[in-house]
Design a protein around this ligand. Structure first.
Ligand code: PBG
Length: 315
């Protein structure tokens, strides 16, 4: 028998920093580093401070970043998402110039840019998403990001055939090497609460149940994944993570396709809240969670814990 203190699980063995994707939020301005109260340890950066942060992340061995833009001005159309020069295009250009080996993924969705907070285009006076106009807008947004050097674009608007529309636009403009990570199985989840705080992107009326998936419906999730693969996604995604590991496992075994799983803002906030009141050790909890997501079949894990994990694995 081994003494109890000699028994150590080899529990971190399977976690590779190179398969973690770290979400970052950029807003306009200079010298900005704003902590987000509902997500301790997560910040809004301006493009200049973002670069100093990416220098740290690169030293820690992180290779994939997922960039979200938070514009100063929102309007009904979400027009700042399509401006040639906006906070995301500036940031992507800078990151790729300073750190060409870092893989940049950009989120493609209108919810942070529109004054109504919905993910697609709504015609004046209407109360529903205009699918055709939405596909046009997000394809244009994806092209803009490809032009400034994004390695992947990640459509999260949940517009039907969004991957196909973006793929066609990119191909026809000479960006056939820009890849697509589809938010394929994105459920209408309460776990996105803190994110909407960060991006100020909560819908001002109604909800997202019309375009995000019903969490009781695993069939719809699988058919969304299948559709994204057919439309040309390079990586598919399940989101959120913890309540949805059955879906992760099914997707992996059914399609054996590169799969990212998004450990979302609410999941992060719960870990922080519990650690804050001493209910658990944060590091131990994070490794249990990440190992579980990996075990279910994730190839890539999108997580706000990525920077901490990289730091812990160094030691
Ligand atoms: C944009 C988007 C959301 C998230 C990622 N992209 C919010 C939403 O759909 O309301 C959530 C990410 C998180 O909670 O960490 N549509």
């Amino acid at each position: 028998m081994k003494a109890l203190e000699e028994i150590r699980l080899n529990k971190w063995k399977s976690i590779s920093v190179r398969k973690l994707i770290y979400p970052l939020f950029v807003r306009e301005g200079r010298g900005v580093i704003e902590e987000i109260s509902s997500m301790p340890g997560v910040y809004r950066f301006s493009p200049d401070t973002l670069i100093s942060e990416v220098a740290n992340l690169e030293k820690l061995g992180l290779e994939y970043l997922l960039i979200f833009g938070i514009p100063e001005n929102k309007d009904w159309q979400g027009s700042s998402a399509l401006k040639n020069s906006n906070v995301v295009s500036e940031s992507v250009r800078l990151v790729k110039k300073c750190f060409p080996q870092i893989k940049v993924i950009t989120d493609i969705c209108l919810c942070a840019y529109t004054s109504h907070g919905h993910c697609g285009v709504i015609r004046d006076g209407a109360r529903e998403i205009d699918s055709q106009a939405t596909l046009g807008a997000i394809s244009e947004m994806a092209l803009l990001h490809a032009q400034v050097g994004a390695d992947y674009v990640a459509p999260s608007a949940m517009a039907n055939t969004q991957v196909q529309a973006i793929r066609r636009t990119l191909d026809s403009q000479g960006y056939q090497y820009t890849k697509i990570m589809g938010y394929s199985a994105k459920f209408a989840s309460n776990f996105y609460g803190p994110f909407r705080d960060v991006a100020d992107s909560a819908p001002r009326f109604g909800n997202r149940h019309g375009y995000q998936l019903n969490y009781s419906d695993s069939k719809a999730a699988l058919s969304k994944v299948e559709q994204d693969i057919k439309e040309g996604a390079d990586i598919v995604m399940v989101k959120p993570a913890l309540g949805y590991l059955d879906i992760v496992k099914k997707v992996k075994s059914e399609f054996s396709y590169p799969l990212a799983v998004y450990n979302v803002s609410g999941e992060y906030a719960m870990v922080k809240a519990g650690a804050g009141v001493g209910s658990w050790d944060e590091k131990e909890m994070v490794f249990e969670i990440i190992s579980s997501i990996k075990r279910a079949g994730a190839d890539f894990i999108i997580t706000y814990h990525a920077k901490d994990i990289a730091g812990w694995l160094r030691k």
